[in-house]
Design a protein around this ligand. Structure first.
Ligand SMILES: [Zn+2]
Length: 410
């Protein structure tokens, strides 16, 4: 009997190998998925390259076609128990990959999640922790029954033939590394960057130690170049880092945070260090770069990128006790148009203000005024009603409002 292959460990395949292996079968494969498996796998110490092969098995080479649909970003069949049940959905590719890696981590170890990693796997707590340290142990656990019952009478029989769930995954992996040439080694990546959704960033910021220098303003910049259309994920942030350190000779990437067109917030220079943002005006600053060229007639700050930018600014204002007047556009201290002649500061502050007051974006003023009156009068107290201002009040809440109202007029 061949030795088993552990789930925990460092990936050995390269992203380019993984992509060309899958593209041999599915030319439309999105390469972002492969790099996410490696990156997220590394954060958990899980073999992201083999997890990727598990997904090849689960999704029929990322062509799907079973109960799970491509837009669910569910690459591991999580919660898809057969009979048309589509299973879980995840907001982004990275979230779906993270859920799968977390689920594998739950099977492979009894350790808590790595520090700073928010739980996204909806089934993490259903797993008997540490019950499957090897890929071969997943048959009958991740996948039930874990073999093809039309071909084999039992799991033992499938195991003996090398065709149980985990064994098939390992076989795909071996084919991948044997048939796809390894790339010539690239120069080692000496700097990596983490990306966050708005919710993840909120948690990250809460746990971040207070910087050793005073913070008194937030700088807003656009990258101008790279443009929105140049963005290719972490590589783009890395290229900026490379340019800033190697060409400009700076100690690190200039900015503390970068907002990418897909609505992710990337980390950068540590907050303890002043940014390289506005010549002569960097002390006390937190520097935000928004990827894009927002000069008139070029690109637009909108959608998830706008939402992430506005939430990032709002979260930083709250964390560092700053006001709207502490937001600085680069051009206020320079002849440049940065963050773009197409962005009016008044409009930008309005967007931040709208998030800050707790109402959903685009809420008309007259609705806010009506709601604000309810709060001023003490008839509503919990901030959640602001987020649900289009929904009817439940009866019990209605009863409380009436009681409070009666107390007021008596
Ligand atoms: Zn700038």
């Amino acid at each position: 009997m061949a030795s088993k292959n552990p789930i925990m460990g460092r990936s050995q395949a390269a992203a380019s190998q993984m992509v060309s292996f899958v593209r041999g079968v599915n030319p439309n494969f999105n390469p972002e998925i492969a790099s996410d498996f490696l990156r997220v796998g590394d954060r958990y110490g899980v073999r992201g390259d083999i997890a990727f092969c598990q997904s090849i098995h689960e999704t029929n080479w990322f062509r799907f076609g079973g109960d799970v649909k491509p837009n669910q970003n569910n690459f591991g069949g999580i919660g898809a128990t057969g009979g048309g049940n589509p299973g879980h959905s995840f907001a982004t590719i990275e979230e779906g990959v993270t859920a799968q890696i977390q689920h594998l981590y739950a099977y492979a170890t009894r350790d808590p999640l790595p520090a700073g990693e928010p739980l996204v796997s909806p089934r993490f707590h259903l797993v008997q922790r540490g019950s499957a340290p090897n890929w071969e142990d997943l048959a009958g656990k991740w996948a039930v029954p874990g073999y093809d019952p039309r071909k084999y009478s039992s799991l033992q029989a499938a195991m003996a033939a090398g065709e149980s769930y985990g064994q098939l995954i390992i076989r795909i992996y071996q084919r991948m590394i044997q048939t796809t040439p390894a790339p010539t080694p690239a120069p080692s990546k000496d700097r990596t960057f983490r990306s966050f959704s708005i919710d993840q960033f909120q948690e990250y910021l809460q746990n971040l130690p207070t910087p050793t220098r005073p913070i008194n303003h937030i700088q807003i910049h656009h990258t101008w170049k790279p443009r929105i259309t140049d963005y290719t994920g972490e590589q783009t942030i890395y290229n900026m880092w490379k340019y800033h350190t190697q060409t400009n000779g700076w100690a690190d990437i200039a900015q503390h945070f970068t907002v990418s067109p897909d609505g992710l917030i990337w980390d950068g220079r540590p907050l303890d260090q002043i940014p390289a943002g506005i010549q002569g005006h960097n002390t006390g600053g937190i520097m935000i770069e928004i990827i894009g060229n927002f000069d008139q007639g070029e690109e637009r700050l909108e959608g998830s990128q706008l939402e992430a930018t506005v939430h990032l600014v709002r979260l930083l204002l709250t964390r560092f006790n700053l006001q709207l007047r502490d937001i600085v556009f680069h051009r206020e201290h320079s002849g440049k148009t940065c963050p773009g002649s197409g962005l009016s500061k008044e409009w930008f502050l309005e967007q931040v203000q709208q998030v800050e007051d707790g109402y959903p974006p685009q809420t008309p003023l007259w609705k806010k005024e009506a709601m604000d009156w309810m709060y001023e009068q003490g008839l509503l107290t919990h901030p959640m009603w602001k987020e649900k201002l289009e929904e009817p009040l439940p009866l019990w809440a209605y009863a409380i409002v009436l009681q409070r109202f009666r107390e007021k007029i008596n």
